[in-house]
Design a protein around this ligand. Sequence first.
Ligand SMILES: Nc1ncnc2c1ncn2[C@@H]1O[C@H](COP(=O)(O)OP(=O)(O)OP(=O)(O)O)[C@@H](O)[C@H]1O
Ligand SMILES: O=P(O)(O)OC[C@H]1O[C@H](OP(=O)(O)OP(=O)(O)O)[C@H](O)[C@@H]1O
Length: 249
Amino acid sequence: MTVPQPDLQPARSPGAQDRGPLVLALPKGRILKAVTPLLDQAGMAPSPDCLGDNSRKLRFPTQNPMLDVVRVRSFDVATFVASGGAHIGICGADVLMEFDYPEIYAPLDLGIGGCRVSVAQPASLPHDPQEWARWSEVRVATKYPAITRRFFAARGINANIVHLHGAMELAPMLGLSRLIVDLVDTGSTLRANGLREVETITHITSRLIVNRTALKTRPEEIGALINGFRNALEASPPAAEKTRAEQSS
Ligand SMILES: Nc1ncnc2c1ncn2[C@@H]1O[C@H](COP(=O)(O)OP(=O)(O)OP(=O)(O)O)[C@@H](O)[C@H]1O
Ligand SMILES: O=P(O)(O)OC[C@H]1O[C@H](OP(=O)(O)OP(=O)(O)O)[C@H](O)[C@@H]1O
């Protein structure tokens, strides 16, 4: 199935003439918090105003004079990197799967932001996989239309997507859809809204991502950053994620 993608003709060829600082796109929110100890360890800590909520700035210097950080929405990290606006970035595998940009190379699993993309439905309804086998279509509310269409198409079901950007949990109780596809970690958001997880589509962690053209044009600098992350991960492995996140809070 062809997933429609934005036209990503780069406004400029990443790194071709530009020898200024490399640009690392980071998502604001939980991943920024979780990745901060790793950035410290790798000598890439952004200026303190990047981590606070008060600054209106979006671009920040880091400890590394050849690296700046831009703080963007989680879903936009992949688009900034695929278009070459940012050379590298960090985002959830959910975002990578949704866009499936060929311009992106994802060399490292950072082991943070662990959760899953799942199908959920009202807890009061039975879940019978054999009933799904009889469906030809189903209405699903989600912020992941491509992942959702692919998952149901593989089961011979046409997913009619209600595309929301948040509060998907409301959709079944308000009659917008029968199912939702959303991120689940502890399951408490689903439970609080009378839903339950019925199928896990995929497990998710956050990835370091790189623009393929930038990797070709500035291989030493980008290779050094990838190694910096790899060494930082070895020094402070993902099993310590909760501890690291708590320490940084
Ligand atoms: N409950 C969770 N537990 C662990 N990781 C999560 C959880 N929810 C989201 N993630 C991961 O963190 C990423 C960012 O999610 P987050 O909820 O911080 O941002 P968002 O609200 O989707 O983004 P934005 O509002 O900026 O568009 C997700 O893409 C996913 O990879
Ligand atoms: O299974 P749980 O542990 O409850 O986690 C799942 C929730 O976490 C995320 O929301 P988040 O807390 O980031 O709020 P958001 O709706 O603003 O994205 C996600 O969108 C789910 O709603």
